[in-house]
Design a protein around this ligand. Structure first.
Ligand code: COA
Ligand code: AMP
Length: 634
């Protein structure tokens, strides 16, 4: 057989013999009630996977491995250079700690369908918190620590949690991020008030607790009877994960239990090429989808050992940190964002630190979260001498849309391409009229409905927004929001977003949301935010401000104000550091701001004068304003 034949046959079967294919994959999962069929397509364009099936995701991630005699196998290795800690948990230990935490949560009267927000850094208790909710059928929503109180408040109001599980602090290189003041402020801002907050006191910061509402984690958990796993419907939500929308209101991506378990289990072997018991490392954060799927649920459902790393690629303590972790724990694969490798490359371009470690068991590097730029991929390949697999996915899809299935049928790597569609994905590229384009031509990337198991069935409490945002523009298709092309070999390259989402150091952010903050400044009449190219972070946001007539304050002060406001309202993770003041913004005759053109000018790229531009002379003004800020230099 030729390379790719196994993949192609399997992919075709996943689409043409959908029922049999997915029910076969579902048999790898423990069900308390087997599903009647694979797909419920009775209400297009809404689809549900494994109707009639009942299971518990925590059971699949923990108990079943213990029951099968693997209780002494390592489930989690917590490696924290920022605290100088390494802690290991066997499957039995993790199951017991999770069951105890679940028992304590259940004692508060929280159960199936109730929402619990988890606001915690990269510590094992964060994984236990997620799994404990799953154990009870409660729906968790993890909020990333780099967001500001306002963002947390928005999520509290949207999902109305009964309980918030938090830690006293996160640790960033050089600073302790106290979570409790942010949490208190968020609850103050929110209309919905959770009944309880349970706070894990870390030695680095002592949080003050509010009488009657807040509970100390240790006291809360100790001595509680362990809770059993509660069977839930395959279609019941496991979690809600908020991601950037086009407005300040984030989208609550819903993940179900059944389809997710099946998809993740399949992916560990076939995409990532991992065997149960092997050590797998995803260097991301539990606050992102990658952390949900491949720090916590995927490796555990599959019975692998997952590394949970509280540190950075550089500075904790140096650019050899990743190699140390791989060597020390004998990780066979690493999954991270290209930006992490750009950071390492910048500090150790010749790989001197790399040579200090023994990486002979290391097999594959997986990259995602942003476009894998060929220079970074080629550098990683040269340094590591293993396949570098770029793969494409989104919060919405929960697992890969396109990748190279190294455990099934490794195919040649083409730097710059994310390889081929995952089973269940019929990926197409369409032009503005909705017609398929020729191979190699760029257009909107869409997926023919239904999407595979594991992808999102809807947005939390917002089915209409789900339909409008993703399904309306190309009827019968899921609009990914990405543009790119498919080459003659069927390889998919993802080039850019078609909306206002930007990717800053692998973090997904909305420029529209930043514009809302800028526009709320008293002196600002109009504004725009674009993502400009950045050597390390891929993209960084850049603001344009048009001031109200008569404003006499120095521009520098106003820029400092808006920088501070974005940090306070969205969070440090937005990395909004620069804005320029201009007299006018370039617009079309119908008043649409030409952000794409501004971006090309800032990045010194060639651009075609938009035919619909209202006043072409503004572009020169934009260019002049950008130069002193270090942009549009060529
Ligand atoms: N809690 C609080 N603050 C956080 C945070 C967290 N969990 N994560 C990041 N921040 C803050 C940082 O401290 C920084 O604040 P500063 O402006 O005061 O310095 C800001 O948010 C930006 O952080 P970051 O994007 O991490 O930039 P950096 O310069 O500190 O580090 C990289 C750059 C490339 C090392 C880092 O971004 C990285 O490791 N990225 C990989 C991202 C990733 O794994 N994404 C998941 C997709 S697979
Ligand atoms: P998130 O929802 O945070 O995972 O971000 C998803 C977005 O990140 C996608 O829509 C893409 O724009 C981008 N992205 C993720 N992985 C890749 C990749 N491998 N190549 C190009 N872009 C990617």
């Amino acid at each position: 057989m030729a390379t790719g034949d196994i993949y192609r046959a399997l992919h075709a079967r996943s689409l043409n013999d959908r029922e049999a294919f997915w029910l076969e994959q579902a048999s790898a999962i423990d069900w308390t009630r087997r599903p009647d069929r694979a797909l419920d397509d009775s209400r297009p364009p809404f689809y549900r996977w494994f109707p009639g099936g009942e299971l518990n995701t925590c059971h699949n991630a923990l108990d079943r491995h213990v029951d099968a005699g693997h209780g002494d196998r390592l489930a989690l290795i917590y490696d924290s250079p920022v605290t100088g800690t390494v802690r290991r948990y066997t499957y039995r230990e993790l199951r017991d700690a999770t069951a105890e935490l679940a028992g304590a949560i259940a004692a508060l009267g929280i159960g199936k369908g109730d929402r619990v927000i988890i606001y915690m850094p990269m510590i094992p208790e964060a994984a236990m918190a997620m799994l404990a909710c799953a154990r009870l059928g409660a729906i968790h929503s993890v909020v990333f620590g780099g967001f500001a109180a306002n963002e947390l408040a928005t999520r509290i109001d949207d999902c109305a949690p009964k309980l918030i599980l938090a830690a006293s602090c996160g640790i960033e290189p050089g600073r302790i991020v106290e979570y409790k003041p942010l949490l208190d402020q968020a609850i103050e801002l929110a209309t919905h008030k959770p009944a309880h907050c349970v706070v894990l006191q870390r030695p680095q910061a002592q949080a003050s607790l509010v009488d009657g509402r807040d509970l100390d984690w240790l006291r809360f958990v100790t001595g509680k009877p362990p809770a059993p796993c509660v069977p839930v419907k395959a279609t019941d939500p496991l979690y809600i994960l908020y991601t950037s929308g086009t407005t300040g209101q984030p989208k609550g991506v819903v993940r179900d239990n059944g389809g997710y378990c099946v998809a993740l289990h399949w992916s560990m072997k076939n995409l990532y090429g991992i065997a149960p018991g092997e050590v797998w490392w995803t260097a991301s954060d539990v606050g992102w989808v990658v952390g949900h799927s491949y720090i916590v649920y995927g490796p555990l459902i599959y019975g692998a050992t997952s590394v949970l790393y509280e540190g950075k690629p550089v500075g904790t303590p140096d650019a050899g940190a990743f190699w140390r972790v791989i060597a020390e724990h004998k990780a066979v694969a690493l999954f991270t964002a290209p930006t992490a490798f750009r950071a390492i490359k910048k500090e150790d371009p010749d790989g001197k630190l790399l040579r200090q470690y023994d990486l002979k068991h290391f097999r594959t590097l997986f990259l995602a979260g942003e476009r894998g730029d060929p220079p970074t991929i080629e550098w990683a390949q040269r340094m590591l001498g293993v396949p570098i697999v770029d793969h494409w996915w989104q919060t919405e899809t929960g697992w890969v849309i396109c990748g190279n299935f190294v455990g099934l049928d490794p195919m040649p790597v083409k730097p710059g391409s994310t390889s081929v569609p995952a089973p269940g994905w019929d990926i197409q590229v369409l032009d503005a009229e909705g017609n398929r384009v020729k191979p190699g031509e760029i257009g909107a990337i869409v997926g023919k409905l239904p999407m595979p198991p594991g992808t999102f069935p809807t947005l939390w409490n917002a089915e209409d927004r789900f339909r409008q945002a993703y399904l309306a523009e190309y009827p019968g298709y899921y609009k990914t929001g990405d543009a790119g092309f498919i080459d003659a070999d069927g390889y998919v390259s993802v080039m850019t977003r078609v909306d206002d989402v930007i990717n800053v150091a692998g973090h997904r952010l909305s420029t529209g949301q930043m514009e809302e903050v800028l526009a709320s400044h008293d002196d600002v009449a109009e504004c725009a935010v674009i993502g400009v190219a950045d050597e390390l972070k891929g993209q960084v946001p850049l603001g344009f401000l048009v001031l109200k007539a008569g404003v006499e304050r120095p521009h520098g002060e106003i820029v400092s104000d808006v920088v501070r406001m974005v940090r306070q309202r969205i969070g440090p993770v937005a990395f909004f550091k620069t804005a320029v003041v201009v007299n006018r913004l370039p617009k079309t005759r119908s008043g649409k701001i030409l952000r794409g053109t501004m971006q090309r000018i800032a990045d010194s790229q060639d651009f075609r004068m938009p035919a619909t531009i209202d006043d072409p002379t503004i572009l020169g003004e934009i260019e002049s304003a950008l130069k002193p800020a270090g942009y549009a230099r060529k």
